[in-house]
Design a protein around this ligand. Sequence first.
Ligand SMILES: Cc1cc2nc3c(=O)[nH]c(=O)nc-3n(C[C@H](O)[C@H](O)[C@H](O)COP(=O)(O)OP(=O)(O)OC[C@H]3O[C@@H](n4cnc5c(N)ncnc54)[C@H](O)[C@@H]3O)c2cc1C
Ligand SMILES: *[C@@H]1O[C@H](CO)[C@@H](O)[C@H](O)[C@H]1NC(C)=O
Length: 534
Amino acid sequence: MASAIITDANAFLVALLLLSLSHIPFSSSTIQQDFVMCLVDNSDASFPMDSSFFTRDLNASSYKMALETSAQNLRYLMPSNPKPEFIFEPLYETHVQAAVACAKKLQLHLRLRSGGHDYEGLSYVSEMETAFVIVDLSKLRHINVDLESNTAWVHAGASIGEVYYRIQEKSKVHGFPAGLCTSLGIGGHIIGGAYGSMMRKFGLGADNVLDARIVDADGKILNRAAMGEDVFWAIRGGGGGSFGVILAWKIKLVPVPETVTVFTVTKTLEQDGTRILYKWQQVADKLDEDLFIRAIIQPASKTPKSKERTISVSYQGQFLGDANRLMQVMQRSFPQLGLMKKDCVETSWIKSLMYIAGFPSTAPPEALLDGKSLFKNYFKAKSDYVEEPIPIEGLEGLWKKLLEEDSPLTIWNPYGGMMAKIPETETPFPHRSGTLFKIQWLTLWQDGKASEAKHMDWMRDMYSYMEQYVSKSPRAAYVNYRDLDLGMNGKGSDAREWGNKYFKGNFERLVKIKAKFDPENFFRHEQSIPTGLE
Ligand SMILES: Cc1cc2nc3c(=O)[nH]c(=O)nc-3n(C[C@H](O)[C@H](O)[C@H](O)COP(=O)(O)OP(=O)(O)OC[C@H]3O[C@@H](n4cnc5c(N)ncnc54)[C@H](O)[C@@H]3O)c2cc1C
Ligand SMILES: *[C@@H]1O[C@H](CO)[C@@H](O)[C@H](O)[C@H]1NC(C)=O
């Protein structure tokens, strides 16, 4: 049987593990023991315990490291948050199959993690089950770029930065349109949409997927043909953790020019900031599709030495072309920003992504390979979609709110272009034609529990102030900016409400597909797609 294939060394490690577990008088040790024995029986690949299995009982410090390394929101790593019984890091696809089969058999609740960037920690914390384990795919990160077919197979645990790196390693004129933050896990990122600086030209990451390999609740591996078009539709935007474990995506590469231009121009309120942002709202979705200009808005000191704060708006741009053509486009469409040739940096596609991600200009592309996050905080975030420009008085009211908070940040991302051409029902991601831009709301803090309530209150108050200015019925939201406040009422979480916000009319189709593909609701979390609606 399968266990016969494990090497002597592995058998020794498993024996050691079982021995050590048998001395621990907690019930969790039985769970671990049963799980490991089941894995050994079910997995036909060798099974090195020491590099794939982490529990507090065996080694508290390596367990802590395995749990925390990729977890992005420190708010979910506090002592009061429930912790997994153990963390399993599969080395082979068959390990994932075995983990699902064994969890099902032993009725263990799984959390799936690729890059750990979930805003509400859903990939590493469960508030709804007493015991849970993490299947962390970070060791399944192989990437195979094939220029001949213009495609790549990328394993779920790879970061998006690694994917970009592997593409440009083979060609300077191929790219992929996905997220800006390079440490995102490709597994959890694409499944919720995946937007980035080329979305206006090529759409989302999810719009550029050709095939996928997924492990279903029976532990079977299915490709597109085997899972069927309904499930293949659902996993291109329906959100992580609802349908199965994505092992890998087959993505379509897109053409990028050898010269890409980036810039950042900052305007404060004293520099006519409000009026320029008002203008940006009118043009950002209509610009040349090669141009993406996002607005990053936050409080800043009025002068270098002053304690008094103002609002600064940084316009960060990526243009798929050279600076001369960019200057012409800006002169024609958005002269109010006052972009000058000296603000423009001509560079390669990969360096333009690193610029936007916040790497220092001296960092080599190889820095993308260590997959480190440049962002780790206690934070709360929300999202909004805007269909009509927010009037000047609305912006002024928002400035007052932002100035009340310690470290708020809001990032406005332009839509239009290809985003407006793809029909709303093409994928579960429905925010297409009619959307001017998306807002991401953030507030960050460093002192943990101490000030959490204050910041959460601020966020909710600001969100309620903005209601009048953003999309209505539903007030839409981006599923990859997971927000557990949505749909919360006196009786708990109303799936219909958050479902409509994330997916609009596509939600009911997602529910039907879920009911057929995972009727026992094996893959679930606080906001997973339900098998039915009340
Ligand atoms: C700093 C930061 C920057 C961001 N920038 C962008 C951006 O530019 N563009 C954008 O679109 N989004 C962005 N996001 C949001 C991001 O796309 C989502 O958080 C996404 O879900 C992250 O995927 P992950 O694998 O890193 O996260 P994880 O926390 O590992 O997973 C997220 C969700 O997917 C599930 N999941 C994970 N792996 C799998 C799998 N293999 N199969 C099935 N389900 C799985 C998890 O259970 C969880 O529910 C950003 C987030 C952060 C924190
Ligand atoms: C526990 O894990 C840490 C970190 O991986 C390692 O340095 C240490 O040697 C381990 N201790 C034991 C007893 O295995």
